[in-house]
Write a protein that binds this ligand. Structure first.
Ligand SMILES: Cc1ncc(COP(=O)(O)O)c(C=O)c1O
Length: 439
C-alpha cells in the first residue's frame, strides 16, 4: 500500500466481528467499526480532514490559524493537519481534562487557550460567557481564523455520510445492519452513519449513547449537554441511553483484554451500551440480526483517567473517600440549598463557600469571598480525610449543582455535620440576579 499523503490513509477502517463467546448474544452478530485505526488515532480524523481540506489552499499566505473548540480528538487531528500545512493550531476550551491529550497537543505545537466558561460547556446563547465571546470572535469572517466549528459544521456529518456509513454497508455485503450503536459527542458520526444506513434500509434501529449526568466519559456529552450541540437532532435516534464511566471502563476492559482491540473509554462505552441494549432483545429474536458499534479511539491516552477510577488495575489501593463510592442513601442525605436561602445563610453564619469550577471559570465570575478548589483537586484532598474542621459550615458550588451535591454527600458521609450544596449552581445564582464578582 502506497500513499502520497498520510491524510489519504484516513477512513477505510475495518469492521471486525466480536467473538460471540465474549458478548454472549445468541442471535446477533456484533461488529466493531474500528475507528481507532485512523492515522491520528480516532474517528475525528475524518471530520477534521473533511472540515479543513477545502480551506487549506492559500491559508498559510493569508496567515490563518486553524482554531477549534476541542480538548480532545478533533484538536489532535487538526493540530497534525495544521502542522502538515504550515499553519498554527489553536485549541480553545474551558478545561483540558485528559492530561495525556493536553501533553500531546503541546508536543504537536498547539496553542491551548483554557478560557472560563461559566457552565464549563459552551452555551452559544450566553453572551457574557468568555468562551462564547471567543466563539463569536473566531467565527467572524476575515479574522485570520480558519474555524472548523465542529459542533455546527455539516461537513462533520458529511465525513461519515461519504465514508463511515458506506464502508459499513460495503463490509456487510451491501446490507445495512439491523442495529447501529454509537456514542454522541458532536453527533457528527452517529448522524452521518445513521443517515446512510436509513437511506439503505429505513428499518435500521439507531441507538445513541450519552454519558450519565454528572459523570465524565472523555469525548462524549451527557443528555443535557448534547442538546446544546448544533448538529444534534433527537429524531436521528430511535433511543438515547446513558452509560456510566464504570460501564465504559468495563467495556474497555473486555475489548482490551479479550478482543485484541485497544479501545478508549467511548469504545468501551459503545460496546457495553450495545450489549446491554441488544441483550434485552436477543432472547425474543427468531432470525439472525446484525449490529455495529463504533470504537472511536485508543486506550493509551487515558491512563490517568483509568488510574483515578480503577486504581486496583494499576496495583494501587482503592480510594474509600470518593464520590464514586456513594450509595443511594448517601445521596439522599445530601443537603441542598436554594439561592435566596443560601444568601441568607451566608449573611448569618458565614459558611466557607467552596467553588469547585475550573480556575478560569472562577476567575471570570464567582460568589464574593468564595474560594476556588477545582473538583479534581478537591477529590484528591478528600482522600486524605476531611479538609475542614467540623465546626466550619461549608457551602459547595459548581456549574449546575450536580457535582457539588455529590461532594456534599461525601463530606456528610465522612462526618461533616453542616455541608450544603448550592441547588442549580452558579447558573442558578446568576439567573436569580444574585451578585457575582470578578477579581
Ligand atoms: C473519544 C471520542 N469518542 C466519541 C466521540 C463522539 O463522536 P462525534 O463527535 O462524532 O459524536 C468523540 C468526539 O469527539 C470522541 O472524541
Amino acid at each position: 500500500m502506497r500513499y502520497d499523503s498520510v491524510t489519504d490513509v484516513i477512513g477505510g477502517t475495518p469492521l471486525v466481528r466480536i467473538d460471540a463467546a465474549v458478548h454472549g448474544l445468541r442471535n446477533i452478530d456484533l461488529f466493531a467499526k474500528m475507528e481507532l485505526f485512523n492515522p491520528f488515532g480516532s474517528v475525528k480524523d475524518r471530520a477534521a480532514w473533511n472540515m479543513v481540506r477545502h480551506r487549506l489552499a492559500g491559508a498559510a499566505e493569508r496567515a490563518e490559524t486553524v482554531v477549534e473548540l476541542s480538548s480532545g480528538n478533533t484538536a489532535k487531528a487538526l493540530a497534525v493537519i495544521a502542522g502538515m500545512h504550515g499553519l498554527p493550531f489553536r485549541s480553545v476550551t474551558n478545561r483540558m481534562r485528559v492530561p495525556e491529550i493536553k501533553d500531546l497537543l503541546l508536543l504537536l505545537g498547539a496553542q491551548i487557550d483554557e478560557l472560563p466558561g461559566q457552565s464549563e460547556c459552551l452555551d452559544p446563547t450566553d453572551t457574557d460567557d468568555p468562551l462564547t465571546r471567543m466563539y463569536h470572535t473566531v467565527s467572524a469572517a476575515g479574522g485570520g481564523y480558519l474555524h472548523t466549528d465542529q459542533y455546527f459544521n455539516d461537513l462533520n456529518v458529511e465525513a461519515h455520510v461519504r465514508g463511515t456509513g458506506p464502508e459499513i454497508i460495503a463490509d456487510l455485503d451491501g446490507r445495512a445492519p439491523d442495529y447501529f450503536i454509537a456514542c454522541v459527542g458532536t453527533a457528527g458520526s452517529s448522524t452521518g452513519v445513521a443517515r446512510v444506513l436509513r437511506e439503505h434500509d429505513p428499518e435500521v434501529t439507531v441507538v445513541g449513547l450519552v454519558a450519565e449526568k454528572a459523570d465524565f466519559i472523555p469525548g462524549i456529552r451527557d443528555i443535557d449537554e448534547v442538546h446544546e450541540v448544533g448538529l444534534f437532532d433527537p429524531d436521528v435516534y430511535d433511543t438515547i441511553e446513558a452509560v456510566s464511566s464504570d460501564e465504559a471502563i468495563d467495556g474497555l476492559l473486555t475489548l482490551v483484554r479479550r478482543c485484541g482491540t485497544l479501545a478508549g473509554p467511548t469504545g468501551g462505552g459503545a460496546y457495553q451500551g450495545a450489549v446491554r441494549y441488544l441483550r434485552r432483545l436477543d432472547a425474543g429474536l427468531t432470525g439472525r440480526r446484525t449490529a455495529v458499534f463504533i470504537v472511536c479511539d485508543r486506550v493509551e491516552s487515558y491512563m490517568s483517567y483509568l488510574r483515578e477510577r480503577r486504581p486496583a488495575l494499576f496495583q494501587q489501593p482503592d480510594r474509600t473517600h470518593s464520590v464514586r463510592t456513594l450509595t443511594a442513601e448517601d445521596l439522599a442525605a445530601t443537603r441542598t440549598i436554594g439561592v435566596s436561602d443560601a444568601q441568607e445563610w451566608i449573611a448569618k453564619e458565614n459558611p466557607l463557600v467552596v467553588d469547585l469550577r475550573s480556575p478560569f471559570a472562577y476567575r471570570a465570575l464567582h460568589i464574593d469571598r468564595s474560594i476556588n478548589i477545582v473538583d479534581d483537586l478537591f477529590a484528591e484532598m478528600l482522600h486524605g480525610g476531611l479538609p475542614f474542621g467540623r465546626r466550619q459550615p461549608v457551602l459547595l458550588v459548581c456549574p449546575v449543582g450536580e457535582k457539588s451535591a455529590s461532594y456534599a454527600a461525601l463530606l456528610t458521609r465522612m462526618g461533616h455535620p453542616d455541608v450544603r450544596s448550592l441547588a442549580g449552581g452558579v447558573i442558578a445564582w446568576r439567573d436569580a440576579g444574585a451578585e457575582l464578582v470578578r477579581d
